[in-house]
Design a protein. Structure first.
Length: 218
């Protein structure tokens, strides 16, 4: 992930936000039977969103596989493969958002919505990140996405704009957080949305790195 490291490990690919949450049963049944909410591909209701969910999860899974390969076999060719995968994913996400809005956890399930978030965070497109950050924030306010999603999107945009990040979720390649806004209040902000304190997070990152080094030397 380069410097786009998230708070749950130096090379973690998925922000933690709870178990997958699918479309609530009553609404899912309505959409699947009545077609009140068309899927993103024009199909009726839940089947369309389910197809989009599979696509998003598959896309970030490929990103993860290529990233792991690039870490094991570093080199220019693997870096180009990862970059190409992420560029393709970003273009697909841009099209999805243009056509259907942000794929919220309410519509596609939390796993797929988290996959969409990771595609966004890996994208080399600040304009896309800024527009989706606002969509994600609106979705959180409506209870359609976990608050953690907005925290990650907000922090990534802040860092790319050269500003302090409010939640401290983005780390440098050396495993240190980028500058944090109001450091005295950051733990309260993090805990309020379900994140660990900065100290606990950095301890967890150190333990993960130690385990990786141990496996590499075994």
């Amino acid at each position: 992930m380069g410097d786009a490291r998230v708070a749950y490990g130096p090379n973690a690919d998925v922000p933690r936000g709870g178990a997958e949450r699918d479309v609530p049963g009553e609404r899912r049944e309505q959409e699947a039977t009545s077609g009140e909410a068309d899927g993103p591909d024009g199909s009726d209701g839940y089947d369309g969103w389910r197809g989009l969910a599979r696509e998003l999860v598959d896309r970030i899974a490929r990103d993860g596989r290529l990233t792991t390969q690039a870490q094991r076999l570093p080199g220019a060719q693997m870096r180009r493969r990862v970059a190409r995968c992420r560029a393709i994913n970003a273009a697909a996400l841009h099209e999805i958002v243009e056509e259907s809005g942000w794929p919220t956890a309410e519509l596609v399930g939390e796993e797929a919505s988290t996959a969409a978030l990771m595609i966004l965070l890996h994208a080399d497109d600040l304009a896309l990140k800024l527009s989706c950050r606002d969509l994600i924030t609106d979705a959180v306010e409506r209870g359609q996405c976990p608050p953690i999603h907005a925290a990650y999107a907000t922090d990534h945009c802040a860092v790319e704009l050269g500003r302090p990040q409010p939640y401290g979720t983005r780390y440098t390649p050396l495993g240190r957080p980028y500058p944090v806004a109001d450091p005295e209040g950051v733990d309260a902000r993090r805990v309020a949305i379900g994140l660990r304190t900065m100290a606990a997070e950095q301890q967890a990152l150190a333990e993960i790195q130690l385990r990786r080094l141990s496996r590499a030397s075994a």
